[in-house]
Design a binder for this molecule. Structure first.
Ligand code: CUA
Length: 354
């Protein structure tokens, strides 16, 4: 093969690569960003609506500015290219100087007006975010960020109705929800783009954010502040449900854990209560009452484990219990080398905790 041929083929490869990258960007814009379960461009509540309107406004204005600037630059370049290179520039007439000065002043004025419009709109959106909901009513949920999972507590005036879960938050649709946010170790950030912007969780400080989901659905959230090794594996889900469905879920969560029914489940409970599991986890209705790891009272009612890292099925649960360090290195759960019989019984028990 000649050098020139190789050259052409290389160029063709680069072109293809560029095309693939463009395609990837388009796909990710139209799926994950545009219409996905975790997308600020797919607003499902009043606050995210405000934020996405601001985003579109800025995008459209900036695109127009970009196209105009590029267009003018191109026209000038073409004009310059058409002129003869040897020609000396004529002395500028007063008229031409005035015209140029006018263009500079007009462009500066346009810039100030555009930035002013952005400022005013951002301010109005900020006001809209706080005014959109009356936070005195509705549901209150306490979220505590841990490395690397979310503790979720539903407080209640009736102490027997308080319960704690992890990583999966259920809320009723059309009702304002107040989140009080805390952190136990380092700074995390609570971000569910379909519903609201980001809010930091700061150790030693309680911050508040309130939001509302107008459309039922499942919305993915993500820790949005780098918080260590497994920051990327610190996700959460919000399930926005009709009121009756939410109340039903809540009634179930308030209950103590179901008693083990089969022999294997009984054996599994015994394994749980006599191993290191109890030094970190709580299962209400048993002697396990530690608060270092997620509350497992209704672990089988959740769809995911490990902060929305893995689906909550038997195989993944088994790998997680056996050696979670292989999956999410650095997390606080040590490997647990159970005998196969113990492991199967433990899985039976954990999977019965609906
Ligand atoms: Cu928690 Cu990043």
């Amino acid at each position: 093969m000649t050098n020139s041929k190789r050259h052409i083929l290389n160029g063709y490869g680069n072109g293809q690569r560029l095309l693939a990258v463009l395609l990837l960007i388009t796909v990710s814009l139209t799926t994950s960003c545009g219409g996905g379960l975790q997308s600020a461009l797919n607003p499902a509540g009043p606050q995210s609506q405000h934020i996405s309107q601001l985003w579109w406004f800025m995008l459209i204005v900036c695109t127009v500015v970009f196209v105009v600037v590029l267009g003018v630059t191109l026209v000038l370049l073409v004009k310059k290219a058409q002129g003869s290179p040897d020609e000396l520039p004529e002395r500028e007439s007063a008229e031409s100087q005035r015209r140029k000065a006018f263009i500079v002043v007009a462009a500066t004025a346009a810039t100030i007006v555009i930035l002013g419009a952005f400022l005013v709109d951002s301010f109005l959106v900020g006001r809209g975010l706080t005014a959109a909901l009356d936070r005195k009513q509705g549901v209150v949920i306490e979220v505590t960020g841990h490395q690397w999972w979310w503790e979720v507590r539903y407080p209640d005036v009736d102490a027997s109705s308080i319960f704690t879960t992890a990583n999966e938050i259920h809320i009723p649709v059309g009702v304002p929800v107040t989140f009080t946010l805390k952190a136990s170790d380092v700074i995390h950030s609570f971000w569910v783009p379909n519903l609201h912007g980001k809010k930091d969780l700061i150790p030693g400080k309680v911050s508040t954010i309130w939001l509302q989901a107008d459309k039922p659905g499942i919305y993915r959230g993500q820790c949005a502040e780098y918080c260590g090794h497994q920051h990327a594996h610190m996700a959460l889900w919000i399930f926005a449900e009709p009121r009756e469905q939410f109340d039903e879920w809540r009634r179930n969560q308030i209950q103590s854990a179901v008693k083990p029914a089969s022999d294997s489940e009984k054996r599994g409970q015994q394994v749980f209560l006599t191993s290191t599991c109890v030094t970190c986890h709580t299962i209400n209705g048993t002697s396990a009452g530690a608060n270092i790891g997620p509350n497992l009272t209704h672990v089988a009612s959740r769809n995911t484990i490990a902060a929305a890292t893995l689906p909550n099925d038997r195989d993944h649960l088994a790998s997680w219990v056996d050696d979670s360090q292989q999956i999410k290195p650095g997390n606080r759960m040590p490997p647990n080398k159970f005998r196969p019989e113990e492991m199967q019984a433990l899985l039976d028990y954990l999977q019965s905790l609906k």
